[in-house]
Design a protein around this ligand. Structure first.
Ligand SMILES: Nc1ncnc2c1ncn2[C@@H]1O[C@H](COP(=O)(O)OP(=O)(O)O)[C@@H](O)[C@H]1O
Ligand SMILES: [Mg+2]
Length: 477
């Protein structure tokens, strides 16, 4: 049975109300406690206590009163006129099939009761398909989630150490698997998922398609010495060399030699139709580029596992982790690009995927202001999000920041309908204030959330107001 904690104060509406607590209840009711209002106008209204205040007219600091006089002399003023109030963030009225929007004004003096351990309020939210974690203070209250919005994509935000990767590993990935998705995890650091999975693929074993290799080389060599939009015969020759020679099956020095020789041959063939100086310039630029395209650079791309094999492996084993620990940033992006582009092509051919792509360290791929290869990975992620809604691809992105310099690209973030927001960085205070003004969640609260605590908001959440959730990490990996 819920316990009675107080009554609704004057001035309540259908969407906003405050509760005046009975004497002593201020020691029991906490921020984010769940309550039900027995509305005298009809219906039982579910709500969250958010933002409490203690009031005592005797000790108001804006006017002088006997209480203030007492306090000044170091004696305790009377607490007879003391009371405690909590704002209530309304979730909705309890209906037959779950929670509904409350349309009746909440009558002042209606009784408010708080849920306690025995009595699980989550059952009022919806008829759930799936559960995730638990309500912050009560491990028995599993959070229901709406499965049909998983492919409207998921964002997990919080500073380093707030528990994002743990949330993904312990809760989100198992949830995705229960919902019938096969999961591909891009483990940027190789330390958050790879050590705990028996199905990992190292970065350098993955085949990167020739177009992406060329993109990498262009980046490495500053476009082979040409301007961006200028005709680029050297890049064209290298591209054709990559496509038409069998370089991947060889040791790095031989692979490099093969590509270089082939590119030279191709340029020589074309050289007959241009001026001598132009041809000399081509060869110089090719040589200069191959000073930078060293054996080590070639070695990054000798992998032979193709994106379709990764997909097959994911479907077979239900999860694969791409271990990206060994590799340069650009190489990581190239591998990601290769896999993501393959998924995009499948969806363009109208294949339903039932795949979830988990991207830890999201701003590495889609930062606030993308540069170089980042620009292409950012655009690709946006495309995947749009197609994924129709073809069953769920994108899950983890990021230490929400907006601004440390944040995720704004266009990508707009595509992440469901969000988990943990302890935020002070640079994100402005973002936090937007949340605060919509839901009474105080920015100070967001700055100090303990690790493993996240506000859950968006369409996967059957509650229209964010819920503070947590999860346990001892039972399973
Ligand atoms: N639900 C939880 N309960 C207790 N501790 C947790 C929980 N989630 C995370 N932690 C702790 O927080 C630390 C950081 O978590 P991690 O997921 O690596 O953070 P992030 O990915 O945000 O940098 C973990 O090493 C773990 O000790
Ligand atoms: Mg992490």
């Amino acid at each position: 049975m819920p316990v009675e904690i107080g009554v609704i104060s004057s001035g309540a509406s259908e969407a906003r109300a405050s509760v005046i607590l009975y004497d002593g209840m201020e020691k029991v009711v906490r921020n984010e406690s769940l309550v039900v209002v027995r509305n005298k106008n009809g219906g039982d209204v579910l709500a969250v206590c958010r933002g409490g205040r203690g009031m005592n007219e005797n000790v108001r600091t804006t006017s002088f009163s006997p209480g203030v006089a007492y306090a000044k002399t170091g004696r305790i003023p009377s607490s007879v006129k003391e009371f405690y109030v909590f704002n209530l963030e309304i979730i909705g009225v309890i209906g037959e099939n779950g929670i509904e929007q409350n349309k009746l004004i909440i009558a002042p003096t209606s009784i408010v009761e708080m849920f306690t351990g025995e009595d699980d309020p989550m059952k009022y939210l919806c008829k759930p398909d799936l559960f995730l974690g638990h309500y912050w203070a009560e491990p028995k209250w599993k959070i229901p989630v709406l499965k049909q919005y998983i492919n409207y994509h998921i964002g997990i935000f919080g500073v380093t150490g707030s528990g994002k990767s743990y949330l993904a590993r312990y809760e989100i990935i198992p949830l995705l698997m229960r919902a019938g998705y096969s999961v591909i995890v891009m483990d940027w650091k190789g330390s958050d998922y790879a050590p705990y999975s028996s199905h990992t693929i190292p970065l350098d074993k993955i085949k990167v398609d020739d177009a992406t290799v060329l993109r990498y080389f262009s980046h490495l060599t500053k476009n082979f010495g040409y301007y961006d939009r200028e005709e680029n015969p050297v890049a064209t020759a290298v591209e054709r060399a990559l496509r038409t020679t069998d370089w991947r099956g060889n040791p790095p020095e031989e692979a490099r030699e093969k590509i270089l020789l082939k590119a030279k041959a191709l340029l020589e063939h074309d050289a007959s139709s241009v001026k001598k100086e132009t041809a000399t310039l081509w060869f110089n630029r090719l040589e200069a580029a191959f000073e930078l395209i060293t054996e080590e650079e070639i070695e990054r791309f000798l992998g032979t596992i193709e994106p379709w094999q990764i997909l097959t492996e994911a479907r077979d084993k239900k999860i694969v982790v791409v271990d990206m620990s060994k590799g340069e940033k650009e190489q990581k992006l190239a591998v990601f690009y290769s896999i993501a582009r393959y998924l995009k092509r499948l969806m363009e051919r109208k294949q339903r995927l039932a795949i979830a792509l988990v991207i830890d360290e999201g701003p590495q791929y889609a930062p606030w202001q993308p540069r170089g290869l980042e620009r292409e990975t950012t655009d690709l992620i946006i495309d995947l999000c749009a197609l994924g809604r129709s073809y069953g691809l769920s994108i899950v992105i983890l990021s230490q920041g929400m907006a601004g310099e440390i944040g995720l690209n704004a266009a990508v973030r707009r595509n992440l309908n469901t969000q988990f927001i943990g302890r935020i960085h002070p640079l994100d205070l402005e973002e936090a204030q937007k949340l605060a003004s919509s839901y009474y969640i105080s920015p100070e609260n967001l700055l100090t959330l303990p690790e493993g605590h996240f506000y859950f908001l968006g369409r996967m959440n059957p509650s229209p107001t964010p819920l503070l959730i947590s999860f346990q990490i001892n039972e399973k990996r």
